[in-house]
Design a protein around this ligand. Structure first.
Ligand SMILES: *Cc1c(COP(=O)(O)O)cnc(C)c1O
Length: 231
């Protein structure tokens, strides 16, 4: 397992997918997903040019934060309201906001720290029962709620597409997300701007980019398979 080689390959594929969809490499943000991996591995990736890292558990952000070189941290996994306080001053973007209750707690904690927290709304676009995220019909209610907050800024949407060996099977979901995203780009509100569409993981990030993603969350393609037994 060679992070440098893997990263080079992922970079090449992101660039190619961006170009196929009429964009440039710089238009896409690679969030390197480092869950279960130690700080040393993260620092190696940062030395190789990774600027954004993603963790899915607040506890892991807390545990590793002081050992990792300066980088932008993203919280990409399910977030319980009672854990917001642990990450509010550490992450640059929370990808997984899926309730008014969570939004209100982020507002409360952000106010306490005198900061404005950027968030994405997580949409369960496939309707899989196991997935978190709101139903597409709930999106406007959440956006309306966010519009009245002072310490939360909605900067886009996120989805976790179904796990599949054939990325083409997720095209419909990616296209549906892009439609939601583009439709809401018309919203004129101080703290809502549809900048980021976060979708695509190791198995389907190229397809996601071709279908509108401008933020991809890639873990195993960069860092190899995860070993949960050591957690
Ligand atoms: C783990 C994880 C990823 C990355 O998964 P890979 O298949 O290893 O690329 C992306 N998004 C979320 C929310 C994750 O939890």
């Amino acid at each position: 397992m060679n992070i440098a080689e893997n990263l080079k390959e992922v970079e090449k594929r992101i660039t190619a997918a961006a170009e196929r969809s009429g964009r440039r490499r710089d238009d896409i943000t690679l969030v390197a997903v480092t869950k279960t991996h130690p700080a040393e591995m993260m620092n190696e990736a940062i030395d190789l040019g990774v600027t954004d890292i993603g963790e899915n558990k607040p506890q892991e952000v807390r545990d590793k934060y002081e050992y990792v070189k300066p980088v932008k941290w993203h919280l990409i996994g399910h977030l319980q309201t009672n854990k917001v306080k642990y990450i509010i001053d550490k992450v640059c973007l929370i990808h997984s906001v899926d309730s008014v209750k969570l939004m209100d707690e982020i507002e409360r904690q952000a106010m306490k720290h005198d900061l404005i927290m950027d968030i994405l709304i997580q949409v369960n676009i496939s309707g899989e029962e196991t997935k978190s995220g709101i139903r597409p019909e709930e999106l406007d209610t959440l956006l309306e709620h966010a519009g009245a907050l002072n310490h939360v800024r909605v900067t886009g949407l996120m989805t976790i597409a179904p796990k599949t060996d054939n990325p083409n099977e997720n095209i419909l979901h990616f296209d549906n997300m892009r439609k939601l995203f583009v439709d809401r780009s018309r919203i004129i509100c101080d703290n809502i701007s549809m900048q980021y569409l976060s979708m695509g993981m190791s198995g389907d990030y190229e397809t996601a980019i071709e279908h509108g993603a401008n933020m991809v969350r890639v873990g195993s393609a960069v860092f190899g398979a995860r070993d949960y037994s050591k957690m």
